[in-house]
Design a protein around this ligand. Sequence first.
Ligand code: NAP
Length: 364
Amino acid sequence: MATREFGVLIHGAGWVSTQHIAACRQNPHTRILAISSRTIESAQSRATGEGLQDVAIYDDFDRALGHPGVDIVAICTPQHVHCANVLAAARAGKHLIIEKPAGLSAEELRAMQEAVRSAGVRSVVSFVLRWNPLFQTLKRMLADDAFGAPYYVEADYLSHNGSWWSGWAGANTRAQGVSALLVGGCHAVDALRWFAAAGEFEAADPIEVFAVAGGYRKGSRREYNPILNRWIENAPPMEYDGLEVALVKFRNGVLGKVSVNADCIMPYRFPLRIFGSRGSVMDNRIWSHRFPGQHDWIELPALGPDSSDVRHHPFQGEIDHFVECLLGGRESHCNLADAIKTHDIVFAALESERTGAPVRLPRS
Ligand SMILES: NC(=O)c1ccc[n+]([C@@H]2O[C@H](COP(=O)([O-])OP(=O)(O)OC[C@H]3O[C@@H](n4cnc5c(N)ncnc54)[C@H](OP(=O)(O)O)[C@@H]3O)[C@@H](O)[C@H]2O)c1
């Protein structure tokens, strides 16, 4: 394997950037050369806060893209600017780490994919749970036939998103967040695709989506903080439905049910169930034909997905994987082209909620 070093530009200096910075510093093949953000102050304060001394600071993305030696750009800005950021960085010939959601619409995502394709750069989208230790263990067991062929998967993103998150201002709006399934629930949609395919590094292709939306929180100024177990009055309202439930049919015949619940009054949870022809998974508990004497569930002692804190998320795994892809000259299983299929389910769900009819995928 090659031993080269990749120069990194971190763009967007908020909460998630702390983990991109930490992971790039840990990886022996990456070196952070610059941080850019909306203001010099926030970029500088991120550099200082993370103890980065020899990095350039920018408040102008185009100038930052011209910084000598930058090979990779980590897009850590809010989702409503991802499309413009990706178009500019791809045109500048940079490889891309793109935060989720990658874009706000199918049109944006296709324009981004075309820019990435024509520039010949590589990409990874931060569906970071693909590198969660429990997910990795379950996916390897699935690939190893521990549960037989999957036929039904359920994943749920249960998170009362609100002002506890620095990115909430904007993400709470239809214009910049679009929907609860897009803002956070896309992690559960991606998990559904991931476990609906038996291959260790394969996600299933959706062909049909039917969804309903509801809940009670939309438009309310009363918000709950699940970390402090406190209510907040006069909070900026969430402009979309907090509850969305979607049924998804995959090309390989697997059925899935996915939900986002941003109305729930409880700490963050990410339940997962996988049903196969020779075994089942309930979160970290497994039942498998591989253990014929099994008389109770076996609990896997692997770290699960039950935290919304970015410090808990496996960004190191994602970034190490992406660097391996760059060194090996291959595409990530979670590149933009693949991630678009996850986003397409989200947009199809919104359409189905609006029309009351199922939506066929892929769109022509
Ligand atoms: N993969 C995951 O699990 C995960 C977890 C958390 C977040 N995310 C995603 O990461 C993205 C950022 O979230 P966050 O939590 O880090 O939000 P955040 O804390 O609000 O940080 C956003 C940063 O981007 C900067 N920014 C805002 N608008 C900008 C613009 N137009 N141009 C340049 N910089 C701009 C902000 O600058 P100022 O400081 O000057 O305001 C801030 O530094 C979102 O898309 C979010 O969904 C993903």
